[in-house]
Design a protein around this ligand. Structure first.
Ligand code: BDR
Ligand code: CA
Length: 312
C-alpha cells in the first residue's frame, strides 16, 4: 500500500493535537509537512505547539512550517477561552527542540504542490483557511495538484459556535474560506453537526488514560481540560472532538455520511459573517461544490482514534 500524501494545516489546539497524533500514527498516510496558521492561538504558539506534538509522537523528523500570522482581511481573533493560554492546556509540554523549517508555509505549500502530479496531494485543514487561500492566490495552478481538501469547519443545523451563525475556523478568516470554496477543488467539509456527535465522554477519556503510555496520558490530560468549556456551553457529557474527524475521514470514510451540495461563505454581513450556507435541497440550482458530512459513527471513530494513539 502506498501511503496517501497529505499536508496538515493547523492551529493547535488540543483537538488539532489529537488529529496530528492520529495522522502520525497511521501508516496509510504520509505526512509531507505540517503548516501552522494563526487561529486558536497566535502563530508563534501554533507553530511551536505543532513541534511539541511531533516530539510527543517521536516524530522529530516531521517538517513544521510557520505560515500566516493573521487572516487575509480581518483582525485575528483567538480562542484561549476554549484551549487555555498555551493552546494545549491540560498537559505540560517541554519547550520543543526540533527546528522550525526555514521556509514560509505558503511558499513550501506552493513549491510542494507544483512539484507534485495532478491531483496527488490531500490537504487537511484544521484551522482558519488563510494559508491555503494565500497559496491559491499566489499560484492558482496548485489547484490541479490537489486531490482533495478535507476541512473541519462550518455549522448547519447546529448553527455556529462563535456567533449564532458561524463556526470558529470559517469565522476567523471568512475571506480565505471564500477563496477555497470557489477554487473548484474537490472539497469535503466536516462541520459542527458531525463533531458535536463525537463527544469526549468520561468513558472515552478513561480509555485514553488506560493506554498507559506518555502519549495516552498527554491525550487524557489535554482532553480533560478541553472538554470543560464546551460541556458547560452545551450541557453535554463531553466536549466535541472536532479536528481528528478530518484525519479519521481519510482513514475510514465509511463511518461518515453526507451530501454533495452547493456551499457559499457569507462575507458581507457582519452579523452573519463566516456563515457556511449550504443549499441542502438544491433550491438555488447552484452547482454543488462540497461534500458536507452530517453523520458519524462516533463509537467507530473513538475505536479508531484510541487504537491508533496506542501505537505511538
Ligand atoms: C474548530 O475551532 C477550533 O477551536 C478547533 O481547533 C476546531 O478546529 C472548531 O470550531
Ligand atoms: Ca483547529
Amino acid at each position: 500500500m502506498t501511503p496517501r500524501p497529505i499536508v496538515i494545516d493547523t492551529d493547535p489546539g488540543q483537538d488539532d493535537a489529537l488529529a496530528i497524533l492520529l495522522a502520525l500514527a497511521s501508516p496509510e498516510l504520509a505526512v509531507l509537512g505540517i503548516t501552522a496558521v494563526a487561529g486558536n492561538v497566535p502563530l508563534p504558539l501554533s507553530e511551536s505547539n505543532a513541534r511539541r506534538i511531533c516530539e510527543l509522537a517521536g516524530a522529530r523528523d516531521a517538517k513544521v512550517f510557520a505560515g500566516c500570522p493573521r487572516p487575509m482581511v480581518r483582525a485575528l481573533t483567538t480562542a484561549e477561552e476554549v484551549h487555555g493560554q498555551t493552546g494545549l492546556d491540560g498537559h505540560d509540554f517541554p519547550e520543543p527542540t526540533m527546528a522550525l523549517q526555514p521556509d514560509h508555509a505558503v511558499d513550501w505549500m506552493v513549491e510542494t504542490l507544483m512539484a507534485a502530479g495532478e491531483r496527488e496531494i490531500t490537504l487537511c485543514a484544521l484551522g482558519p483557511l488563510t494559508n491555503l487561500a494565500m497559496a491559491m492566490v499566489m499560484e492558482p495552478r496548485i489547484r490541479s495538484r490537489i486531490r482533495e481538501i478535507v476541512m473541519m469547519g462550518g455549522g448547519f443545523s447546529d448553527g455556529g459556535n462563535v456567533t449564532p451563525a458561524a463556526e470558529f475556523n470559517i469565522h476567523v478568516d471568512p475571506h480565505a474560506a471564500q477563496v477555497v470554496f470557489t477554487s473548484g477543488c474537490k472539497l469535503t467539509l466536516i462541520p459542527l453537526d458531525v463533531t458535536h456527535q463525537a463527544l469526549t465522554t468520561p468513558a472515552r477519556l478513561e480509555r485514553f488514560r488506560a493506554i498507559g503510555t506518555p502519549v495516552g496520558r498527554a491525550c487524557h490530560g489535554m482532553l480533560s481540560f478541553y472538554r470543560r468549556h464546551d460541556m458547560s456551553k452545551y450541557g453535554t457529557d463531553g466536549g466535541p472532538l472536532h479536528d481528528p474527524c478530518v484525519i479519521a475521514y481519510l482513514l475510514a470514510p465509511e463511518i461518515f455520511d453526507g451530501k454533495h451540495v452547493a456551499v457559499e461563505i457569507e462575507i458581507s454581513s457582519e452579523k452573519t459573517m463566516g456563515t457556511t450556507l449550504a443549499d441542502w435541497w438544491g433550491v438555488t440550482g447552484a452547482p454543488p461544490n462540497c461534500t458536507v458530512m452530517n453523520a458519524i459513527d462516533d463509537a467507530a471513530f473513538y475505536d479508531l482514534l484510541i487504537e491508533r494513539i496506542a501505537r505511538l
